[in-house]
Structure formats: structure tokens, C-alpha cells
Design a protein around this ligand. Structure first.
Ligand code: MG
Length: 385
């Protein structure tokens, strides 16, 4: 039996917010579509995967599949305006492949699992169609003007998901004779053509990313399975010299001295950057930006921190939190802490509540106590999936 998964990714996904269609937005370092294709390919009962894309999306599609090295992935096909039209065009493009079965799946459901895929395929031996769904467990009310009007019996009600699987010839014919371009799903088109569709109980984890809040839920779902959490530490010192201010966490604080160093000498940002590199076990700033290289002379330290965060993303990880302590007698740090946190949050593209910036003196002891230099310590925790 030859089974093809047809992934529908031609929508514009505007409800999810953001500038890119939601299927190309990144989820913990990887496009939603990349995750969905990988999840489908995880079943060895799938012989081919074909994706229906929007005509403007060749670029993002190519980027999304760049690292998927699997012979089963076929070139994409261009979809239409409505979902039903996109599915029909996808099915017609499969005529040459002529599979026995086709599983039609939403690009925005990256949490599909092999057991559900395989339960659907197994059902197709004896039925025209089979779809993933979950029984309705909440009480249902019809509302009016913001009030309960009457209760709706939930018994026998299911919430449809995808994949929805069918015999290829039958669903192609159903789509070609479909007269409702706004049909909610393929099961509706199949039923209208007289096909029987079995219900396969799936999980609520196989939800469709629709709204901005769904991205946060999806990230939590991914990170719940993070392979590991790693913590790194960083420590740095720069000497104080004659000057007119110090740069800490990207913020210039007026002061009668400055920090000396090869770059902008942002000792706090250096400690934080080293903590992130440390969590990844990827050395330190000096390894990525050798001080012998004149390109980094006077450089803004944000390029170092951006690099560390880029490495977290490339490792398919996420910064969980970081904690930074600046050690000096002067200048006073606390009045600037909030601005520093906002500066770091912008550079690292994380929520400010994941960042802590605090300060201490060393009770006038040692080199920081004598105001010969400023020291900074940081820890950072990273989740790698
Ligand atoms: Mg340094």
C-alpha cells in the first residue's frame, strides 16, 4: 500500500500575528512547517510527503526544508485561495504518483504523532476515510447576548483534527465534484460525496496553531520535552581609566571614568555572553572573536551577545533565564537596572522577566573596592530540545 501525506501550507495565517505566515514562523528555533514535515516523516508507513504552498512562498518553503534530508519529500505544489481548492490542486498533482491512500494534514499541527498516523492508515483498509479527532468533554452551551440560552447535548460530539485519511481515487473525485469552496475540512467533502469516515481518537496535544497565544503554548509543549537544561557561568573584569562614562549592558552611564578594553569594554555584557557560551560548552567570547583580530577593536559588545544567542537558536535551544551581578563601588547601578534589562531583552529577543541585573559593592575591599576596575558575574540557563 502506497500512502502519501499531503500537507496544506498555502494559507496566509494572519490570525496568528507576525509578518510571516504562521507555518513559516519559528517555534523554538525551527519553522512550524519544518516540525510538521519531520513529525509526519517520523512514521515509516508514509511513503511520500507533498506540501501545498502559496505561490509567493517558494523562498520560505525552501528554507523550511533545507535541512530535511529524506528522499520521501516530494517537490511542493502551488495551492489556491481557499483551503478546499488547495487540497484539490494537491490531490491532482498526486495523480502521477497514484497512491492508494492520502493523509491530508494541516501545516499548523506540528504535534502529530506516528501512532495516530498509523491508526488512520490501518482504518483505511476497511473504510473510505478516517480522521483524527478528540471527543468533546466540556459542557456545551448556546449563548445569546452574553448569557447561557440552552445547553447543547455533547454526547457523540467530536472536535475534528487532521490528518484526515482517504482512499486516493475516492477523495480526489469528491474534491473534483465538491460544490462548497468553504467546506470546513476534507471529512465534510468526503461525507457530501457519500464516503464513510471513521473517527480515530487523538490527543489535544495535536492542536492547530491559530492565535498568537498558541505559539507560546506550542513552545511550552516542545520545551516540556527538552532533552536537557544547561547552565553556564561567566566572569569578567575591565580596568577603570580616565573618561566620561561606562557602558554596561549596552547603556552608557555618565561617570568621571571609563572602562578600558579592546571592544567597548562592556564588562557586564561580556560576563553574560560567556555564561551563554558556557551553557552551550562552546568556549567564550575570545574563541568566537579573537582579541588579536582588529575587526573587534572598539566593537559594540552587542555583536558578541547576538552571536551567543544565534548559537542557542542554531542548537535548537532557548534561553530560559540569566542573572547578572555587577561588582563596583561606583557608579550606582540600581537606578539603571531596568533600562539595562530592556537593552538586554531587545538584543537577545527574550522577555525582560527572564533577565535579572543586580549590583553589589565589595565593601571597599580588593581592586573593585579601590575602584581600579569593575567586575561582573553571570549565570545563564538554556534549554536544548
Ligand atoms: Mg571583557
Amino acid at each position: 500500500m502506497n500512502t502519501v501525506a499531503l500537507i496544506v501550507a498555502a494559507g496566509r495565517g494572519i490570525r496568528a500575528g507576525g509578518s510571516a505566515p504562521k507555518q513559516y514562523r519559528h517555534l523554538a528555533g525551527e519553522a512550524v512547517l519544518t516540525r510538521t514535515i519531520r513529525a509526519v516523516l517520523a512514521s515509516d508507513k508514509i511513503d511520500h510527503v507533498m506540501t501545498v504552498i502559496h505561490r509567493d512562498d517558494h523562498g520560505p518553503y525552501d528554507a523550511a526544508v533545507a535541512e530535511i534530508d529524506d528522499q520521501r519529500l516530494l517537490p511542493p505544489v502551488i495551492g489556491g485561495v481557499e483551503r478546499a481548492q488547495s487540497v484539490r490542486l494537491g490531490l491532482e498533482a498526486l495523480t502521477e504518483v497514484a497512491p492508494d491512500h492520502v493523509l491530508i494534514h494541516d501545516a499548523a499541527r506540528p504535534f502529530i504523532t506516528a501512532p495516530v498516523i498509523e491508526a488512520i492508515i490501518a482504518k483505511l483498509t476497511n473504510h473510505d476515510g478516517a480522521m483524527a479527532a478528540v471527543p468533546v468533554v466540556d459542557a456545551l452551551w448556546r449563548g445569546g447576548d452574553g448569557f447561557c440560552v440552552d445547553q447543547v447535548d455533547r454526547s457523540g460530539l467530536w472536535r475534528a483534527q487532521t490528518p484526515q485519511g482517504f482512499g486516493f481515487t475516492a477523495i480526489l473525485a469528491a474534491h473534483q465534484t465538491n460544490t462548497d469552496p468553504k467546506a470546513a475540512d476534507d471529512a465534510a467533502i468526503a461525507r457530501a460525496a457519500g464516503l464513510d469516515v471513521a473517527l480515530i481518537e487523538a490527543s489535544t496535544a495535536n492542536f492547530k496553531i491559530t492565535n498568537p497565544a498558541d505559539f507560546a503554548r506550542a513552545e511550552r509543549q516542545i520545551m516540556a520535552h527538552a532533552a536537557e537544561y544547561r547552565t553556564g557561568q561567566g566572569y569578567d573584569v575591565h580596568a577603570l581609566v580616565e573618561g566620561d562614562g561606562v557602558i554596561l549592558c549596552g547603556i552608557k552611564i555618565p561617570f568621571h571614568r571609563s572602562l578600558s578594553g579592546h571592544s567597548d569594554a562592556d564588562v557586564a555584557m561580556h560576563a553574560l555572553t560567556d555564561a551563554i557560551f558556557g551553557a552551550l560548552a562552546e568556549g567564550d567570547i575570545g574563541r568566537w572573536f579573537p582579541p588579536s583580530d582588529m575587526r573587534w577593536k572598539g566593537a559594540k559588545s552587542s555583536i558578541f551577545l547576538e552571536k551567543a544567542i544565534e548559537r542557542v537558536t542554531e542548537r535548537k535551544g532557548r534561553l530560559i533565564n540569566c542573572d547578572l551581578t555587577i561588582i563596583c563601588e561606583q557608579p550606582k547601578i540600581t537606578p539603571h537596572a531596568e533600562t539595562m534589562i530592556a537593552s538586554l531583552a531587545a538584543i537577545m529577543a527574550v522577555d525582560p522577566d527572564r533577565i535579572s541585573v543586580k549590583a553589589t559593592t565589595s565593601e571597599r575591599l580588593g581592586f573593585t573596592g579601590r575602584e581600579e576596575g569593575i567586575a561582573a558575574m553571570a549565570t545563564a540557563t538554556v534549554a536544548l530540545s
